[in-house]
Design a protein around this ligand. Structure first.
Ligand code: TRP
Length: 473
């Protein structure tokens, strides 16, 4: 077979590539506006707690599945337990769909770099932005450029393409981020924004805030979608999974927090509103840059760093699908990359046009194409992927085998194993069921009853498993 599976060149290369997948528009575009909309510090506090409770655990679980399964997201699940590959297929589908709209936003970032390079934005930023995204061909062309650059990197393979690109882009991203944060927090009155972002007002913590934060944890860490399975499958057997699973969420969260510190103090300093939503970095920030000395330079630095973050994520979204096509259909990597990219290009068109000519074309449930895909991926596929991941680790994969994989066959100490397992098996399943159920409209008492029922099933399955365990030992 000509398709020798790829391998990472070094652990640091793997961590940077995986952190690159995690760090993306989710951190720089979504996190600050979600925090801005959901009560600032209150949202941040809930987010951080969920990263600690669930983020690390699931990151570790996903990586372990990939390294044991040694295949793409579908093949890895299937190799561990026949028939469970469907979980992977769900993830691959989600990556495919997310990629088709992610490139559109990444294309806008590219356009904004161009704006600042050529002297800054002229006219009213609100109209400028809405005119641009509605203008048809131009935003589509920008998203195609992102598609081509991503494909060119993925085409070169795991070590030669993905790892190399991540090793160049990630350090630059960190340095640029620090430059912007220092600029932002030293602006007059920046402290108001810093306080808003970091000081939690506990009265603002509502179930809605918890649900928004939980969804964001999954999106931001690229969890439950087979990314970490795929990336984990390129790991050698002596890598210390626990260590990597620790660094990646730390890096991701650091960048999300820094992004908040880069954006919110500046927004407050210029007397603007933090609640702008998705337009925060495209509308509010250009106002900030145009009001500040050397604003264009800071604009270029900011949007370049966002572009790097977006590219390391588009790479992972494409890789999950390409890896599936290569492993399952034995297609050559080059052909697979081209094929998937062309399909994504076709889907990117209606996504982009959803901000223009197709804005009012209701595809499903009264939503346009972009909103519908966003809804399906964020509210259904992401939590479902996470839920199945927890079920697979907690109830399907043999407990001793899980432990063996995580501890490199007993070489590494993992005294917290049982705590970790309970977290995934009980807490993980409960929290993910909560988001999934409320996303499909189950509310109030019905929601409480549903969660209780699930809890009873969990306990019963746990006991059954315990009995089976005794017999086989
Ligand atoms: N985590 C990335 C971000 O924060 C987005 C992303 C990349 C992603 N790959 C993913 C999200 C896979 C879900 C699934 O921008």
């Amino acid at each position: 077979m000509s398709n020798e599976r790829g391998k990472w060149g070094s652990s640091i290369g793997f961590v940077l590539a995986a952190a690159g997948s995690a760090i993306g528009l989710g951190n720089l575009w979504k996190f600050p506006y979600l925090a801005g909309k959901n009560g600032g510090g209150a949202f941040v506090l809930v987010y951080l707690s969920l990263i600690v409770i669930l983020g690390f655990s699931l990151m570790l679980g996903e990586m372990a599945i990939g390294r044991r399964g040694k295949s793409d997201a579908y093949g890895s699940y299937n190799n561990i337990k026949k028939g469970w590959g469907v979980i992977g297929v769900l993830g691959i589908l989600a990556c495919f769909l997310i990629y088709s709209y992610y490139v559109v936003i990444a294309g806008w970032i590219l356009k904004y770099i161009g704006i600042f390079v050529t002297g800054g934005l002229s006219g009213d930023p609100v109209n400028y932005f809405s005119d641009f995204i509605a203008s048809g061909t131009s935003p589509i062309i920008y998203s195609f450029v992102v598609l081509v650059v991503t494909a060119a990197i993925v085409l070169k393979g795991v070590a030669g393409g993905i790892e190399k690109a991540s090793k160049i882009m990630m350090p630059i991203l960190f340095v640029f981020m620090l430059v912007i944060v220092v600029r932002s927090v030293t602006l007059p009155n920046a402290s108001v924004g810093i306080k808003y972002f970091l000081k939690p007002d506990f009265s603002l913590i509502t179930p809605q805030v918890v649900i928004a934060a939980l969804g964001q944890v999954f999106f931001s860490l690229s969890l439950g979608m087979g990314v970490m399975v795929t990336y984990g499958s390129y790991l050698p057997s002596d890598t210390k999974l626990i260590k990597s699973a620790f660094y990646i969420p730390v890096l991701d969260t650091a960048i999300a927090l820094l992004a908040g510190l880069a954006i919110l103090p500046a927004v407050f300093s210029f007397g603007l509103e933090p609640t702008a939503g998705p337009g925060l970095i495209f509308i509010t920030l250009p106002k900030v840059f145009s009001a500040m000395p050397f604003g264009n330079i800071f604009g270029i630095i900011f949007f370049l760093l966002v572009l790097f973050a977006a590219l390391t994520s588009t790479i992972s979204l494409l890789e999950v699908v390409v890896s599936f096509v290569v492993d399952q259909f034995k297609m050559d990597r080059k052909k697979a990359t081209l094929l998937v990219s062309v399909l994504i290009g076709i889907l990117a068109i209606p996504n982009s046009n959803s901000f223009g000519s197709m804005a009012d074309v209701k595809v499903f449930f009264g939503m346009n194409f972009f909103d519908f895909l966003g809804y399906v991926t964020d509210n259904l596929l992401l939590p479902a992927g996470g839920l199945f991941l927890c079920i697979f680790i907690g109830f399907v994969w043999n407990r001793d085998e899980v432990k063996k994989e995580i501890t490199n066959d007993g070489e590494i100490e993992f005294p917290m194993f049982s705590v970790w397992m309970i977290g995934v098996k009980y807490l993980g399943i409960q929290l993910l069921s909560l988001i999934l159920l409320q996303a499909v409209g189950v509310q109030n008492t019905a929601l409480v009853y549903a969660l209780l029922t699930i809890f009873v099933v969990q306990i019963l399955c746990g006991r059954l498993e315990g009995k089976r365990g005794v017999k086989t030992v």
